[in-house]
Write a protein that binds this ligand. Structure first.
Ligand SMILES: Cc1cc2nc3c(=O)[nH]c(=O)nc-3n(C[C@H](O)[C@H](O)[C@H](O)COP(=O)(O)OP(=O)(O)OC[C@H]3O[C@@H](n4cnc5c(N)ncnc54)[C@H](O)[C@@H]3O)c2cc1C
Length: 538
């Protein structure tokens, strides 16, 4: 009787939780091989190795293979506040990071000339949320006031902190903690070697300097191994393609098509230049300055020892020579003889990011123009997803890959919408570039729908943006929309009942702004102190 009962319950378990017929053939995922040693490769290595630290040396390994001859791209100086938690998670000291990577603080972006091109046309996209963002949407109240204050200044102190050249914390604030939310500007050429030393010395990542000449594919379509002249054949269970624009594994080997987005985002070239300061007393900007040009825009990033400046433009709308002339005119006298580096940009992304046992991260996955610095944050988010959802075995990898692809597609789509937003709100008509950017056929449908919605009600925190780790939340949309003069029709019901709370939040903003302006040190002074004395460790 009891035997019989056991048979029945075993059958029920089998029906509810059927084991795959090949379950005896379980192939554990133990050897992770990352190809490429740029920012994407080393961040991914660090995030995976830190997450699986206890397993490294116990049959689990993270190997990074990097060509000794192909240089990293060496640009990518603007980041998102996510980098603070990423660096903290992998165990980096923030003081060491400042000492080795020529780091400055970033508190947002200042956009000049994007709306009308007039001399006084600018707005901020700061990194702090509007006051009381979780409790009250201040947009309708700001519109109702009509007191001439910019949206950013009415709801957040950070534009004023940037105007004053102040740092977002003091020397007494602990590592990675903020008084005002911040991210970093950094020297990309120094960041990868810094991460490499940390990953190899502290996290047990194996570094192989070798050129991948051939990628060997097994009969089932998985990547089996890599052939290198320097280190022989390198086998792995999961391969991460961080080979930059080359996309050696995901593109060249597995043939995943590239989805071109140049019909939406036109910029396809960049000219980059490093500009020295006149003296080491010149203030360091605490925000990225993005200045619109006739057929693109110029980024200007202040590092402690130099500025990184670059012109991103559409070659369909301006010649390389004219683009270089605009760049040198922006820099002024000091820029006359500085060497300029030309970089092609292919706007778009892979149709599939994770195929079989290969996942693409960084430029190998795709790239959009560097407006709003969305590339490194995507690297961080992708690396975190891979590390946290590391498939236990090959048998479940395709399920994880499908999830990864869905989330990552969503993110690319939302980034494209957000970048295009900066262009569609322009009122400039002084060149074909700006006129073409507002043509309806160049605007993604979802963005068109949102603009219609927002013309009647402003975005807020629950508005569409409900995904965990949304790259650009509703607050970012508020700053850009109302910074660029977008009009939302004011409905009296939007103000009902909240007027007192809104008044209180805006008053609190004035108080907080003055308090921070009095308390925070000058940006350059704080960096100097950090390098000399260090921050308080967490
Ligand atoms: C003009 C411009 C401005 C940018 N600005 C920003 C910004 O402000 N903020 C931001 O977030 N991002 C920015 N980016 C993007 C950012 O630079 C990249 O996302 C980031 O540097 C990551 O690059 P990567 O590691 O994917 O590629 P890469 O740095 O190109 O590294 C590729 C690696 O692959 C290796 N490799 C290639 N082929 C082989 C092979 N056969 N065998 C072995 N190894 C190989 C190379 O040696 C190298 O180590 C910008 C990009 C451009 C073009």
């Amino acid at each position: 009787m009891f035997d019989g009962q056991e048979d029945v319950s075993r059958r029920q378990v089998d029906i509810l939780f059927p084991l795959p017929s090949h379950s005896v053939m379980v192939q554990p995922v133990k050897n992770i091989v990352i190809v490429g040693g740029g920012t994407a490769g080393w961040l991914t290595a660090g995030v995976i190795a830190a997450k699986h630290r206890g397993r490294i040396g116990n049959g689990f390994s993270v190997t990074l293979v990097e060509s000794p001859t192909t240089p990293i791209i060496g640009v990518g100086e603007g980041t998102w506040p996510t980098l603070r938690s990423t660096l903290a998670r992998i165990g980096v000291s923030e003081t060491d990071f400042f000492r080795h990577c020529d780091v400055a603080f970033k508190q947002g972006a200042r956009f000049k000339g994007w709306t009308t091109g007039a001399a006084d046309d600018y707005y901020y996209h700061p990194l702090m949320l509007p006051q009381s963002f979780g409790q009250i949407n201040l947009v309708p109240h700001w519109i109702a006031r009509e007191d001439g204050r910019s949206f950013c200044d009415a709801v957040c102190p950070q534009g004023r902190l940037c105007d004053d050249g102040l740092a977002p914390k003091t020397i007494a604030t602990a590592e990675f903690e903020a008084v005002a939310n911040y991210s970093y500007h950094l020297d990309a050429a120094k960041f990868a070697p810094f991460l490499q030393a940390h990953c190899c010395d502290k996290l047990g990542v194996r570094h192989v300097l070798a050129d991948v000449r051939k990628v060997n594919v097994a009969d089932n379509g998985d990547i089996r191994s890599l052939d290198t002249p320097q280190a022989g054949e390198i086998e792995g269970d999961l391969f991460v393609d961080c080979t930059g624009f080359k996309a050696l594994l995901i593109g060249e080997t597995l043939g995943v098509p590239f989805k071109d987005c140049s019909d939406v985002l036109f910029c396809d070239r960049a000219l980059a230049v490093q500009v020295p300061y006149a003296s080491d007393a010149v203030p360091i900007a605490c925000q990225t300055i993005s200045t619109a040009q006739s057929s693109g825009w110029i980024w200007d990033i202040g590092l402690p020892t130099r500025r990184g400046v670059g012109h991103v433009y559409s070659s369909r709308h301006i010649s390389d020579d004219d683009a270089e002339r605009e760049l040198r005119a922006y820099i002024g006298g000091a820029g006359k003889d500085l060497p300029v580096r030309k970089l092609p940009i292919r706007s778009g992304y892979r149709e599939t990011f994770w195929k079989r046992n290969c996942v693409a991260v960084g430029l190998a996955a795709g790239f959009l123009e560097p407006l709003e610095a969305s590339a490194i944050v995507l690297v961080e988010l992708s690396a975190k997803l891979v590390a946290e959802q590391m498939p236990a075995c090959r048998e479940v990898m395709d399920l994880i890959a499908a999830r990864f692809n869905a989330t990552t597609h969503y993110r690319w789509g939302r980034i494209i919408d957000f970048l295009k937003l900066h262009y569609v709100l322009t009122k400039r008509e002084d060149s074909a570039f700006w006129k073409d950017n507002v043509l309806p056929e160049t605007i993604p449908d979802r963005l068109k729908d949102l603009l219609l919605l927002w013309s009647h009600q402003s975005p807020w925190f629950h508005d569409e943006f409900d995904r965990v780790e949304e790259v650009f939340p509703a607050a970012s949309y508020q700053y850009v929309l109302y910074g660029m003069g977008f009009r939302t029709q004011l409905e009296p019901s939007a103000l009902a009942g909240d007027a007192k709370n809104a008044e209180r939040a805006m008053r609190e903003n004035v108080t907080q702004t003055e308090r921070l302006r009095a308390a925070l040190p000058r940006h350059r002074d704080l960096i100097r102190k950090i390098v000399e004395h260090g921050m308080q460790a967490v």
